[in-house]
Design a protein. Structure first.
Length: 291
């Protein structure tokens, strides 16, 4: 397929590379143009704007940081909507506001351009390996048309409902991630303070009911107090803000999510916003006098 991919960040660039490896023709665009270079070196064509990238594309994929960025990329003066032909399918793989997703889909629909929201989970490792979990909102017929494209990037592709349902599902994902990371961080802090061999503790509890992706993949960060980037804490905080907004609209109380959001806000203020989300362990270590 002819695919336009807009957003060459930590997630987007490896996802685009996997599309090239699968044999698709890929055109890329990124606001910071030098970030296109690695994917272009692998065979992608570069476009000067989202509108230009969308011209001639059967599928347009977007993967950007926040809702205002997405609105500008799709609906702006040089946005996708200016270049996409009727029946083009736009797949937004960002994590953004569900209500904004529905508004954007409505505007695209006026031009007979289709839209799916397909946010992902699995971190930068999943993006590189093509093993992401993709949660898709929109028409099932549109998903059928692009399923082979998504299969080049993800291992689990689930149709969760109408447009916007993918973003709501991702909000639930980020809520669970917040609680899981916080629980792992608390457990590790207790073990460190008690003087236990935490690698052995992780091996012991990770094989039982406490086992989780965060335990397996990020406990070493928390033990070593070093947080190499997998998913930026400032982006996770942004996702929690969106989840809490939806919760307020629905009248749902999320006390753990609200607490972790405040912890992350404090970490960002102290200059840790571009470290991995597992950096929330730093706040417990500091409060517990571990360092």
């Amino acid at each position: 397929m002819n695919i336009a991919f807009i957003g060459m960040g930590t997630m987007g660039a490896p996802m685009a590379l996997n599309l090239l490896k699968a044999g698709h023709k890929v055109t890329v665009h990124n606001r910071t143009r030098q970030k296109e270079e690695a994917v272009a070196a692998a065979g992608a064509r570069r476009a000067a704007s989202p509108a230009e990238a969308a011209e001639g594309a059967e599928v347009v994929i977007t993967c950007v940081s926040d809702t205002p960025d997405l609105e500008e990329i799709i609906l702006g003066e040089n946005g996708v909507i200016r270049g996409a032909a009727p029946e083009t399918i736009v797949v937004d793989m960002s994590t953004v506001s569900p209500s904004a997703t529905r508004r954007i889909a409505e505007k695209l629909g006026e031009k007979n351009v289709r839209m799916l929201d397909g946010p992902v989970s699995g971190g930068s490792e999943g993006a590189q390996k093509g093993t992401l979990s993709i949660m898709v909102g929109g028409e099932e017929a549109d998903l059928s048309k692009v399923r082979s494209v998504l299969e080049a990037m993800g291992k689990t592709i689930t149709h969760v409902g109408p447009i916007g349902a993918g973003q709501l599902t991702k909000a639930i994902n980020q809520i669970v991630v917040a609680g899981t990371y916080w629980g792992v961080a608390e457990g590790i802090a207790l073990g460190l303070k008690a003087g236990l061999d935490m690698q052995k503790v992780v091996q012991a509890v990770g094989g039982g009911a406490a086992g989780s992706w965060a335990m397996i993949k990020r406990s070493s960060n928390m033990i070593n107090n070093s947080y190499p980037l997998g998913f930026k804490v400032r982006l996770h905080r942004k996702d929690l803000d969106s989840a809490l907004e939806v919760a307020r609209e629905l009248g749902v109380t999320l006390p753990v999510t609200a607490y972790v959001e405040q912890v992350e806000t404090g970490l960002i203020a102290r200059g840790h916003g571009d470290e991995d989300i597992s950096v929330i362990a730093r706040s417990i270590r500091d409060a517990s006098g571990i360092d």
